[in-house]
Design a protein around this ligand. Sequence first.
Ligand code: NAP
Length: 325
Amino acid sequence: MKAIRAHEYCQPDGLKLDDIEPPKPLAGEVLVRVKSAALNFPDVLMIQGTYQVKPPLPFIPGIEVAGVVEALGPGASGPAPGTRVMAQCGMGGFAEYVAAPEAAVSPIPAGMSDEEAAAFALVYQTSYFGLAYRGQLQRGETVLVHSAAGGVGLAAVQIARALGAGKIIGTVGSDDKLGLVREHGADVAVNYQTGNFVDVVKSETGGAGADVIYDPVGGAVSELSTKCIAFEGRLVIIGFTSGQIPTFKGNHILVKNYSVVGLHWGYYRQMKPEKIAQGWRELMELYQRGGLKPHIGGTYPMHRVADAMKHLTSRQAVGKIVLNW
Ligand SMILES: NC(=O)c1ccc[n+]([C@@H]2O[C@H](COP(=O)([O-])OP(=O)(O)OC[C@H]3O[C@@H](n4cnc5c(N)ncnc54)[C@H](OP(=O)(O)O)[C@@H]3O)[C@@H](O)[C@H]2O)c1
């Protein structure tokens, strides 16, 4: 089979298109013939060796895919061969075939395309956990979503709306993304490169601040967010696309009565797998009600994975970028 591989930790141009043996599904695994694979920011970090997960070399990147079940490993009970599925394989997705644990493979709901299915699971689960569980979002509360036109950001905007948030404010890095964020459910969109989002949040909330702040950016954006967080607000740390790790002052957290909470969604698989299953059920209910739809902001043939990664890190990308065989 054809597969994209990192032979050393490298920049996107260092990835190779190799011809290798397809994987054999182990006990409890499902072998999927991949049609589409989503690109995620962690893929770029993983090939550079800067992600919290450092796979041994050589490895095939690609966290999640959509395709068709080819075969079941010993003891796996389904989905049956021929079923259209989305799979969270963790890595190995940028290949013609990938094996994934049965629990990480789900049938694609009717009406969802392969590209949407590939792009759904990671960002929507992350944003659902970030808002509903770690952020404890209540109906009517104000939500500030940073980098709201990005993968997890746009999912967070849609989920906040579906969960009954009050006002949703989204930040973006350029003016051309403002309209998209509003189209997907934000009441207010602000360019945080040229505008002052702290002032916008204060004026939009009558000075009260945002109850939940969803932050995949880190650095100064996180630190500034503590200036516009509400009494008993929750600042949810999702990632560091800025490349900067924020620092917080304990006395400020105490005096203003807010919380800074982290989310490492993948760690729930190990620590609380039952929560993953619960979150997936709740998320699919929201999907069935019609409020959630991945926005495919770009597609590339698999052999152009380096261009797709450069697009993602250029800050020009919106929604999800998908690679197709
Ligand atoms: N905690 C978890 O469990 C979890 C799960 C999934 C992903 N994540 C993390 O969430 C973050 C977002 O992931 P994603 O896949 O959805 O990516 P993404 O949002 O599509 O990432 C690209 C966007 O990041 C923004 N960005 C801000 N500063 C940037 C900079 N200095 N350089 C490049 N981009 C910058 C840009 O949008 P603007 O310019 O419009 O802001 C850019 O378009 C990543 O850090 C990822 O590791 C965490």
